[in-house]
Write a protein that binds this ligand. Structure first.
Ligand code: HEC
Length: 128
């Protein structure tokens, strides 16, 4: 019985061995430049905080929106806060209807009043 417990323990220890991308079977080293990096969730105004809560997970660094937009706008403007040409009506339309791979954002998620504040924040941020 004691032997069985010992063997079981060894099996579990072996199963817990972590295989990293560096020592995988093919020997290919995969380096993720964003490993351990956290997204900036800071805000300096109530409107920016709303943007962080509702949009930034996709639209700040490493977000799906930023990555996909980098394919069709200059890379330094892929984050919505860096865009110079966004207008408030366009932002509201994109959010309510969805655009490309972005799902539409309903009034249950973001109210009209909140979306107007987010749009204003983005227009001002882009102009700076
Ligand atoms: C689930 C992820 C996700 C969330 C949340 C999200 N977006 Fe997006 N958004 C995207 C993606 C992806 C695109 C790029 C669409 C494409 O080109 O395929 C995009 C594109 C846009 C665009 C179009 C930009 C352009 O150059 O045409 C606007 C404007 C926009 N988002 C605004 C917002 C706003 C405002 C919010 C928050 C209320 C928001 N998004 C939340 C994923 C998201």
């Amino acid at each position: 019985m004691r032997m069985l417990v010992l063997m079981l323990g060894m099996g579990l220890a072996a199963a817990a061995t972590v295989v990293t991308a560096q020592d995988n079977a093919a020997g290919t080293a995969i380096v993720n430049p964003f490993r351990g990096v956290m997204q900036d969730r800071s805000a300096h105004s109530a409107d920016e905080a709303l943007y962080v809560e509702k949009c930034s997970m996709c639209h700040r660094r490493m977000g799906m929106g930023t990555v996909l937009l980098a394919r069709r706008v200059p890379a330094d403007q892929a984050e919505l806060e860096s865009r110079e040409a966004l207008t408030a009506p366009y932002i509201v339309l994109a959010a309510r209807q969805g655009i490309g791979n972005m799902p539409r954002i309903t009034r249950a998620e973001v109210s009209d009043e909140q979306l107007a504040r987010i749009a204003d924040y983005l227009v001002i941020a882009g102009a700076q």
